[in-house]
Design a protein around this ligand. Sequence first.
Ligand code: NAD
Length: 484
Amino acid sequence: MATFRSVNPARPADVVGEFPVHGPGDVDEAVARAGAAQRAWARLPIPARADVIAAAGAVLARDKARLTDLVAQEAGKILVEAGGDVQEAVDMAAFVAGQGRSAWGATVPSELGDKLCWTTRHPVGVVGLITPWNFPVAIPSWKIFPALLAGNGVVIKPSEHAPACCEAFVAACVEAGVPADLIRVVHGTAEPAAALAVHPGVGAVSFTGSVPTGRKVAAAAMESGPRVVSLELGGKNAMVVRPDADLDLATDGAVFGAFGTAGQRCTSTSRLIVHPDVAGELVDRIVKRAAELRLGDPRDAATDVGPVITAPSAERIAGMVAGAVGEGATVATGGEAATADGCEGGAFFAPTVLTGVRPDHTVARQEVFGPVLAVLEVADLDEALDVVNGVEYGLSAAVYTRDIATALGAVDRIDTGIVYVNAPTIGAEIPLPFGGTKHTGNGFREAGTRGIEQFSQVKTVYVDYSGRLQKAQIDTHPLDEEGR
Ligand code: NAD
């Protein structure tokens, strides 16, 4: 079988592991094994399934240091961010396990006597998961834990850039008591993912990644038959800074939001929409801080910004910066690929601030997925919110102001799935729904109590113990003499 290597993006000569390139036949086998194991799993009481998920969280917590180091090595995230990635999975286990002992459906009073109505949730069977590399432990946990709690088997195709992290996560689940056949991992890039998306044995497909790939997956999945397809795609996240904002806070937020994870979060702040009265001072502060950020080995605790995931990524980002300059933007800092001591061959990109960006510029409309902040000066609040909303993405946005009316008005009018006030566009918490509007997704949400929806089917149950035929709507409101 052909294989591929997962490498450390800071030092590509450091091979993290070698993995098989799976084909459609391997996907068939994985789906069959997960399907066979699912039948017994679905018969377990839900709290028993929840106990196994809680145990998986305990294994992840026990191994947090080792997993954090692996995330840093394979995905290039600096240690504190890699630790956050693993902690998200630990927190998700606790949250999902708790859902196993809480309300599972709704009980609703019937409009008729001697009749009970309730809803309950049922598994979809085997779920097919396709995940990106940038949250290589957290995102599998967002999908796998709710899918397992709902009684499903799982086949996951992780990113080819983070297969070892996914294998480590799955190993923790198996150690905690998840049957090994219940979660199967297939490796590779497009071929196994596409085979999974159209597989007749898969009841629901859950994809997180870029908009172009997500569209392909959704189109193929729907063509092969009706099924649940959930999409969590890219973002073009904006931070609005009003003239009354606390500029220290806005500076901290912009630097963390734009350059954290080298700008490779779906929620990374990529547009700063700032009032001209404070633009000069705020941009000066951000530029100074950006230039001071230390690029380096993500496993070195002194590093602020790690590499981007691959050399082609760095080239793509450089191309977008050059395109922005061609459209009239100015590079205030950064703007080019960089190197870091001791990181031979690593794909680094200097934290970049572009000024003079207009809403119609490509860099203001398309996801960069790199450490690039585009600054747009807009005075009028209505216009600023129009700029926030004037892109095809709708994941997250932030507004910085001290004025409550400005803040709440913006929260109401911003068309994104997540809005922050006086905090950057990143920083989601597990008990709350995560996802976006417009082309960022197709209406599903992950995390929170809604995270289970894509992995379960709702069944509505009516039990009539009256001993006679009762007719909803008709018995309660018989037509009067005038036919009303
Ligand atoms: P990507 O779209 O390149 O890859 C995602 C997954 O799809 C990978 O497993 C990849 O191997 C697979 N894939 C590649 N080609 C395929 C094909 N033709 N058919 C089916 N699957 C295919 O994304 P990425 O570079 O891994 O991740 C970055 C993107 O993910 C960014 O756009 C980011 O915004 C987005 N993202 C979104 C969220 C969210 O929750 N909304 C979270 C994290 C990342």
